[in-house]
Structure formats: C-alpha cells, structure tokens
Write a protein that binds this ligand. Structure first.
Ligand code: 5CA
Length: 442
C-alpha cells in the first residue's frame, strides 16, 4: 500500500477525551474515530488489525471443532422473556420498538437466540456435542463508556455456545475452550492470564476470565508470583498456579502464602462459562436420549404413546472474546513513548518502507522495486512515498508500530544498500538491496 493513496489520518497530539494509552494511540495512528459515545468507526489501518485478530480466533475455533454461524444483531424480546432475563438484564440492554409496536432489542449476548435455534433443529442425543460460534457486533448501553474500545457500547465479540449430553462431556468442552483461548492469545503474541471468576449475569458455577496484564486494566487480579518467571508460558503451567479475579480472591482462604502472592491490574479479553442446564431448562431445549441410559443429573423420564424414552436437557457453556477489546489490550501491552509496537502476528503491515528523498530518481526506483517485489511475495508493505519531511516519516512509521522499517536513502542506495530498523529494539543494520528483494522474513 502506498501511503500517498492510503487513508491514514494521523494526529500529533493526544485527543483530550482519551485517557488511556491504547485509546490515544489508536486515534493518533488513524485506526479509529469516535462516531458517538462508545461507538466507533474503524478506519483502514485499524480494520486490518481487527481482521487479523478475527482470523486467528476463527482458525483456532475451527480447529477445536466449533462451527461458525451468524446470528442477527436484533432479537425479539419474547426469547428473553422465556429465559427470564428480559427484566433482569437492566438498562444495559438497548430496547427498541418496531413499527408494529413489537419489543425488540439489540443483542448484548446470544444465549437465547442460539438455544432457540438448537431446540428447533436438534432432536437427538446423537447430534451432541455441538459448539456453535460467531464473530459479531454486540451492543451494551454501558453507563460509562470509556477508554475507547476497551469499554465501548458497540463492540465486536466472538461468542460461542456449547451443548453437551452431560456434565462430564460439558467439562471436556470447557477445558478444550480454555486451551483454545490460551492458544489464541499466545498466537497473537500476548501473554494471557486465566483466573477463576464470578459468573454474573450469564449465570452458572464455573467460569474463567482471560486477562492481559496492564496497569490500565479495569480489574484487579491475584496470582502466584511464579507466573512472572514462567519460561514456556504454556497451558499446563497456567492451570497449575493460583490465579483469581478480585471478587473470587478471599485472603483468609488463599492456599498460597501472602509472600508468594502478586496483585496486578488486568484487561479482561475473554470469559468462559459453564452454566449447566440454566437456559436449556428455562427455554425447554431438550433432546431425546437413547432410552436405555439415563445420564446423570440432566434427564427425566417421559412416557411416549408407543415407547418410553428419556428427555435430556443439554449441559451448556458460553465462551466470549472481546475481539475489539483485544486490539486495545495488545496496544496497552505493546507500546513505547513513540507509539505502538505491534506483535508481528497482528501487525497491520509487516514492513514500513521509507523513502528518505521522494522525487530522487534512485530512491524512487529502489523503493518501487522493493515495494513491488515484496508485495508480489505476499509481504504486506506500507510504502511512505509522500513528500512529508523525513522526521515526519520516521514519526509516522514509529507511531503506527510496523515491526520492520526499511529506510532507503540516496547515499546507501547508490552503494546498493538500505537500512533495516527493528521497531521494538530500535536496532539498525545495513542490508544489501538484492538480499531484501529475495528474503521474505527481513
Ligand atoms: N455470552 C457470554 C460469553 S459468549 C458473554 O457475553 N460474556 S461477557 O459478558 O463476559 O463478554 C465477553 C467478552 O466481551 C468480555 O470478556 C470482554 O472481553 C468483552 N466485552 C464485554 N463488554 C465489553 C464492552 N463494553 N466493550 C468491549 N468489550 C467488551
């Protein structure tokens, strides 16, 4: 992409309404603009990152065996009246009337819709387990939308819903999702911390939140100090150590000594729940069992006209990731005083190509060649071909956080060389142009 043809409205100053660094940098780097309180437009650079985050989530969810669906954002009130949450949900739910005076709402979550789909289309225990997910917009009329995308009113969520025959199978699905979440955040170059959590408005008794540690995080979390020294940072290590959300940590009951305990702030980027038969029972979503077995806890015997069969209420779970919040959290965890420092996996471009003297015949020619050849190899390059000052070009490249900068100046170009700068470490090296043209991973 040539910067002269792109849409990258960058700002030198922090916007006054932005109090956390991710919000400041997303606006300054031309990733987003606020359209209304807690409601944002994604500009091309921001959208590129959002799509990369989505892609990683989708790939890992697909690998786990979950199936993608797409539910409507607008839902009928009746479904929520059935589950008993229409009144309970409160003012965070955006309630609307259609032209026929029917009550509808903009979905803050989708347990009811998916349970309705399930009960109308799945009849036999043989069809279980099923895990259905979507990546879609939600609306929650937060009382204090703040911190940009961290607590927006409209936000993108990956939400999945699982249906299992019994508690044991549901627990397996829950653990699979726990592992999948871990993989998802690790692939994004982030270090997720999974903590035991409260189930709140979603309900149930088993729940974990996934946090990215950052001083600006809205939640306090308590964890074993050993986390800070983990070598591999893998799922087994994660599950073996004490980690609790604020409301779940009780000092007197904590199994590890206080000297071994750390407390930090975290950004909740994911939340998984097992809530048993709460929705399947209240919304009468059942499947027929084999008739012979009677799985524990979730079935009851019913007499049919011809035969006796057992009706089973599936054991359910739901699993959310705040997709748009992840983008902000990644910035909170990866920035310096000059701007964003993207982890490579979710960077909007891999290379920022800087033409030190646009208009100079040799610089233009070398840049054009690097741009064309690398793009043809599938490397994402943002080429600053503008007439901006060199200082401005460097500042923009640093601000938007592209992992590698290739700097083409007249002197070195004449010697067949360019400068390659690593955004994170600031290290620079001279590299031959021929080498640049043939190497993907510069
Ligand atoms: N139905 C369940 C899971 S599918 C659910 O709604 N869970 S949740 O309420 O915990 O939300 C899932 C994730 O969405 C959260 O972990 C958080 O990362 C994100 N999220 C929630 N509210 C907001 C918000 N106002 N702005 C941005 N992200 C949010």
């Amino acid at each position: 992409m040539k910067l002269s043809q792109y849409f990258l409205p960058t700002l030198k100053e922090n916007p006054i309404d932005a109090t956390v660094v991710s919000h400041q940098l997303m606006v300054r780097a031309g990733m987003i603009r606020q359209t209304a309180s807690g409601i944002y437009t994604w500009l091309p650079l921001g959208l590129k990152v959002l799509r990369k985050v989505e892609r990683i989530i989708k790939e890992e969810m697909d690998k786990s065996g979950a199936l993608e669906v797409l539910m409507p954002t607008i839902q009928p009130a009746e479904l929520w009246q059935e589950s008993g949450r229409y009144d309970a949900y409160g003012k965070e739910m955006l309630r609307i009337k259609d032209r026929h005076d029917r009550d509808i709402l903009y979905g803050p979550t989708h347990e009811e819709v998916i349970t309705d789909i399930f009960r109308k289309n799945v009849t036999s225990y043989k069809d279980l387990p099923k895990n259905l997910y979507q990546i879609h917009w939600k609306f929650r009329d937060e009382i204090r939308p703040r911190f940009g995308l961290m607590r927006g009113r409209e936000f993108l969520m990956k939400d999945s819903y699982s249906f299992d025959i019994d508690e044991i199978s549901a627990k397996k699905t829950y653990n699979l999702m726990y592992e999948t979440y871990f993989k998802i955040f690790r692939r994004m170059g982030l270090k997720p911390m999974a903590v035991r959590a409260d189930t709140g408005a979603i309900g149930g008794d088993l729940s974990h939140e996934f946090h990215i540690l950052a001083d600006t995080g809205e939640s306090a979390i308590f964890y074993d100090k050993k986390f800070d020294e983990l070598k591999n940072f893998d799922v087994a290590e994660m599950q073996s150590l004490y980690a609790m959300a604020d409301e779940m940590h009780v000092a007197e009951k904590c199994p590890i000594p206080e000297s071994q305990l750390n407390s930090r702030r975290g950004i909740e980027v994911g939340h998984i729940f097992n809530f048993g038969t709460k929705y399947s029972k209240s919304m009468n979503a059942s499947v027929m069992g084999s008739g012979s077995s009677n799985p524990e806890g979730s079935s009851e015997r019913v007499s049919g006209a011809m035969e006796v069969s057992n009706k089973i209420y599936p054991n359910m779970g739901s699993y959310g990731i705040g997709v748009s919040r992840v983008v902000a959290a990644a910035i909170e965890a990866n920035h310096d005083m000059n701007g964003i420092v993207w982890p490579r996996e979710i960077a909007p471009f891999q290379i920022a190509l800087i033409n030190v003297r646009s208009g100079d015949e040799l610089c233009d020619k070398v840049c054009e060649e690097i741009y064309q050849k690398l793009s043809a190899q599938g490397v994402e390059v943002i080429y600053d071909d503008t007439k901006a000052s060199l200082g401005q070009k460097f500042a923009t490249a640093d601000l938007i956080g592209i992992p590698t900068q290739i700097i083409v100046g007249p002197k070195s170009a004449a010697a067949g060389m360019v400068e390659v700068k690593d955004r994170k470490s600031g290290e620079k090296k001279e590299v031959g142009i021929a080498e640049i043209l043939t190497r993907k991973d510069i």
